[in-house]
Design a protein around this ligand. Structure first.
Ligand SMILES: Nc1nc2c(ncn2[C@@H]2O[C@H](COP(=O)(O)OP(=O)(O)OP(=O)(O)O)[C@@H](O)[C@H]2O)c(=O)[nH]1
Ligand SMILES: [Zn+2]
Length: 363
C-alpha cells in the first residue's frame, strides 16, 4: 500500500472502520489509491476531500457496479490521482445510509447520504409543533441504520420550552430531544457535545433553522442564511458545503437533497418510530384485529382512556400504508395482499388515479 498520511482526514470523520475498509479496497484494486470522502455530487463528477486537498473527480467504478454504489455525500472512496484528472475507482462499503425510494412509479433507490452515526431532525418551536412531520423524519432516520436525534430550534421563541419537549418526547419514544437557540446560544453546548464524534446528517423542513445551526456549530460562516420571509419561513438558501467539520469535533452532512427529501420509506422504520402503537396492536385479542369494533382491541382501549392520542394513531396508519405501498412494488405477494385490503376500502383506485396524474397517492 502506498504510504499516505490520513491525519488530515480525521476532521472529516476518518476512523478505524474506514481505515480497515480502505486497506481491503487497496488490496483488491489494480490502481494506486488514496482515501477521500465525498462532498458534493454533480452529474458524473464528485467533489472528494482527501487528506491534503479537495479535488473534483470523475467516477469510474469496476464493471458490474450497481447504481446504488455510485458515490454519494459521505461515502469513503478510493481515489486515483492522475495528471489528466483524478478518478474515483471504488466506493467503500457503507455502514449506514439514507435511501430515498420515490413514491411514484420509479422504483430505483437513491442513496442520499452515507456512513452516518446520527440523523439530526431540526424542528422549530412554533405555536403548534408539527409532531407528524417529526414522526415522518424519524421513520427515515431509523431506516438509515443511524441513531435519530431531535433538536428543537429557536428556543428563544418558545413560551414554554419544557412543555414543548414533553410533547415531542411523547412522539419520539427512545429518541433524545435537545433544545437550542442559535440566537441566544442556549443549549448549543450540549448540541455541539452530542455531535462531537462521528458523522451526523441534518434534516428538517425549510425554515427550521438548519443553516443557522450549522453556522454556529461550524464556528464560521459556512452556510448562507436566508432572510425571514413575510410568512416567517426562511427563504431558499444555497448550501455552500455538504461535509462540514464542526468546531468541537464531528462532521455534519447538509445537502440540498437531504433538505428536500421525500419521506416515503419501507422496512423497519415505522415500527421503530411507533413502538407504543406496535405494542398495543400485539396486545389485541385477535391477530387480524382491524381496530374498528372487535372485542379485546387493546388499541381502541388505549385511545379511549387517553394512553394513545388520535393524532399519533392516524400518523401511524398513514405511514404504515405508505410503507406497505412501497413494499408492494418489490414483492408480488405483498402486492396481492395489499390490493385485497385496498379493494375493500376503494383506496386502490384512488391511489392509482393519483399516480397517473403524477400526484402523491398518500396526500
Ligand atoms: N429567533 C430565532 N430565530 C432563528 C433561530 N435560528 C434560526 N432563526 C431564523 O429562522 C429563519 C430560518 O433559518 P435558516 O437557518 O435559514 O433555516 P433552514 O432550516 O436552513 O431553512 P432552509 O434553508 O429553507 O432549509 C432565519 O430567519 C433565521 O434567522 C433561533 O435560534 N432563534
Ligand atoms: Zn385492535
Amino acid at each position: 500500500m502506498a504510504i499516505t498520511s490520513t491525519t488530515g482526514l480525521v476532521p472529516l470523520g476518518w476512523d478505524e472502520a474506514a481505515a480497515v475498509a480502505f486497506d481491503e479496497a487497496v488490496r483488491q484494486s489494480p490502481f494506486a489509491l488514496v482515501p477521500g470522502r465525498v462532498g458534493r455530487v454533480d452529474r458524473g463528477r464528485v467533489t472528494v476531500h482527501s487528506a491534503d486537498s479537495t479535488v473534483t473527480a470523475l467516477v469510474r467504478l469496476p464493471a458490474g457496479s450497481e447504481l446504488e454504489n455510485a458515490p454519494t455525500t459521505g461515502d469513503w472512496v478510493g481515489l486515483e490521482r492522475r495528471d489528466d484528472g483524478d478518478v474515483v475507482r471504488t466506493v467503500l462499503p457503507r455502514r449506514s445510509a439514507i435511501v430515498r425510494r420515490a413514491a411514484g412509479e420509479r422504483s430505483d433507490a437513491q442513496v442520499m447520504a452515507a456512513n452516518l452515526d446520527r440523523v439530526l431532525v431540526a424542528v422549530p418551536f412554533e405555536a403548534r409543533i408539527n409532531l407528524s412531520a417529526i414522526e415522518r423524519y424519524l421513520v427515515l432516520a431509523w431506516e438509515s441504520g443511524a441513531q435519530p436525534l431531535v433538536v428543537l430550534t429557536k428556543a428563544d421563541l418558545a413560551y414554554d420550552p419544557d412543555a414543548g419537549r414533553d410533547e415531542v418526547e411523547a412522539a419520539a419514544p427512545g429518541v433524545t430531544v435537545l433544545i437550542a437557540s442559535a440566537e441566544t446560544g442556549e443549549g448549543m453546548d450540549l448540541v455541539a457535545e452530542t455531535l462531537a464524534a462521528g458523522t451526523t446528517a441534518l434534516v428538517g423542513q425549510s425554515g427550521a433553522g438548519k443553516s443557522t445551526l450549522v453556522n454556529v456549530l461550524a464556528g464560521r460562516a459556512a452556510q448562507a442564511v436566508s432572510d425571514t420571509r413575510q410568512d416567517g419561513k426562511g427563504r431558499h438558501t444555497t448550501t455552500a458545503r455538504e461535509l462540514v467539520p464542526l468546531a468541537h469535533g464531528g462532521v455534519l452532512i447538509d445537502t440540498p437533497g437531504l433538505r428536500s427529501i421525500g419521506l416515503h420509506q419501507d422496512g423497519e422504520g415505522v415500527a421503530r418510530t411507533f413502538p407504543d402503537v406496535e405494542e398495543l396492536i400485539a396486545a389485541c385479542r385477535f391477530n387480524d384485529c382491524s381496530h374498528e369494533c372487535e372485542p379485546g382491541c387493546a388499541l381502541r382501549e388505549a385511545l379511549a382512556d387517553g394512553r394513545l392520542v388520535e393524532r399519533r394513531w392516524h400518523s401511524w396508519r398513514k405511514l404504515q400504508r405508505e410503507a406497505e405501498w412501497i413494499a408492494t412494488r418489490a414483492d408480488p405477494l405483498a402486492r396481492a395482499a395489499a390490493r385485497k385490503r385496498w379493494a375493500a376500502t376503494g383506496r386502490a383506485g384512488k391511489a392509482r388515479a393519483a399516480l397517473k396524474q403524477g400526484r402523491d397517492p398518500f396526500a
